[in-house]
Design a protein around this ligand. Structure first.
Ligand code: GRG
Length: 303
C-alpha cells in the first residue's frame, strides 16, 4: 500500500523558518566581519550573505531543539554548515567546474570578484567553519565539539562532497545507473544535510540512539532534496518549452525522473517524506514538528 502523507505546510511553520533564518543570518554576519585584508572578506561575505534558504543551519538548530538543547548551543555549528555549503557553491560555479554566471540571483563569486579571489574565499570559508565551531564552544562539553567536528570533516572530504563531485565529473556524458546517480547525490547533497542534522543533535546532548535516528531522518531528506531538484528541473523546463518532455528528460544528464519516470519519482517523494517522519516517531511529537515540517517543506519547495 502507498504511504499517505499530508504535504501541507502551515503558515506558522513559515514564520518558524523566517525567524530561524533571521537569527542564522545575524550570526553569520557577526562570524565573518569585514576586516583586513578587505577583498577576501568582501568576497566571503558576498556569497555567504547572498540569501539562500538556510535549510542546513535551520535543520541543525531544529535537531538540537528536538533533543532538548537550547538553540544557542548549535548556532556555531549551524553557521559552520552554511559556510561549508557556500564554499561548495562558490567552487562548483568556477570556470573549471560548472562555469556558472549566476548564483542565488546574483553574479557568481568569480564573476563579481575574480577566479583567484573566489578560490581563496571558498578555502577561507571552509577553514573558518571548523575554527568557528572550536572558538565558540562556550557551555558545550568538549567531547560534543570533537564529535561534531568529525561529522563536519567527513562530510566534506574525499568520502563526502568531494567524492560526489569527482564521480559526477567523471560520469559526464556517460549513461549511468540509478545506483550511480544515488551515489553522486548522497555525497554531493545528502552528506552535508546529514552532518547538519547530526551536529545539531550532538550539540544538544543527544544519546547515541537519538543520533542514529536523526541520521536516518537526514538520509531520507537528503535524497528527497535531490529528487525534488530533478523534478523541478523537468517541470521548470517543461513550462518554458510548453510541453511535457523537459530539458532534463531530453539531455544527457541523468536525473531521477529520467531514470525512473516522473510518476514514480513523485511517488518516491511521498515514500521518502513518510520514511523521514517515521524516523522521528519515537521523539516528543511537539519537538519533532519542526523537523517533520522541514521534510514537508523540502518536498513542496519550488526553488
Ligand atoms: C568541499 C573542498 C570542497 C569542494 C567542493 C564543488 C564541490 C566540491 C561539490 C559540489 C557540491 C554541490 C554544489 C552540491 C549541490 C548542492 C545543492 C543541492 C545546492 C543547492 O542547495 P540549496 O537549494 O541552495 O539549499 P540555497 O541557495 O537555498 O542555499
Amino acid at each position: 500500500e502507498k504511504p499517505r502523507v499530508d504535504l501541507e505546510v502551515g503558515s506558522s511553520f513559515g514564520e518558524y523558518l523566517a525567524d530561524k533564518a533571521k537569527r542564522v543570518n545575524e550570526a553569520l554576519d557577526v562570524a565573518v566581519p569585514l576586516r583586513h585584508p578587505l577583498r577576501i572578506h568582501e568576497s566571503m561575505r558576498y556569497s555567504l550573505l547572498a540569501g539562500g534558504k538556510r535549510v542546513r543551519p535551520i535543520l541543525c538548530l531544529a535537531s538540537c531543539e528536538l533533543v532538548g538543547g537550547d538553540e544557542s548551543l548549535a548556532m556555531p555549528a549551524a553557521c559552520a554548515v552554511e559556510m561549508i555549503h557556500t564554499m561548495s557553491l562558490i567552487h562548483d560555479d568556477l570556470p573549471c567546474m560548472d562555469n556558472d554566471d549566476l548564483r542565488r540571483g546574483k553574479p557568481t563569486n568569480h564573476r563579481a570578484f575574480d577566479e583567484e579571489t573566489a578560490v581563496l574565499a571558498g578555502d577561507a570559508l571552509l577553514s573558518l567553519a571548523f575554527e568557528h565551531v572550536a572558538a565558540n564552544m562556550i557551555g558545550v562539553p568538549a567531547d560534543r565539539v570533537v564529535r561534531a567536528i568529525l561529522e563536519l570533516g567527513s562530510c566534506v572530504g574525499s568520502q563526502g562532497l568531494v567524492a560526489g563531485q569527482i564521480v559526477d565529473i567523471q560520469s559526464e556524458g556517460k549513461d549511468i545507473t540509478l545506483k550511480e546517480l544515488e551515489y553522486i547525490h548522497v555525497h554531493k547533497t545528502a552528506k552535508l544535510l546529514e552532518a547538519s542534522v547530526v551536529c545539531g543533535a550532538i550539540m544538544g546532548g543527544a544519546s547515541g540512539d537519538e543520533v542514529e535516528r536523526v541520521r536516518q531522518y537526514a538520509r531520507s531528506i537528503g535524497l528527497l532534496f535531490q529528487v525534488i531538484d530533478d523534478i523541478l528541473d523537468v517541470t521548470r523546463s517543461s513550462a518554458e518549452l510548453g510541453k511535457t518532455a523537459g530539458k532534463d528528460l531530453a539531455s544527457d544528464k541523468a536525473t531521477f525522473p529520467k531514470l525512473m519516470g516522473i510518476d514514480r519519482a513523485q511517488e518516491y517523494v511521498r515514500e521518502l517524506v513518510a520514511k523521514a517522519h517515521g524516523e522521528l516517531s519515537s521523539f516528543d511529537q511537539a519537538k519533532a514538528a519542526p523537523l517533520k515540517g522541514l521534510a514537508n517543506y523540502i518536498a513542496i519547495r519550488q526553488n
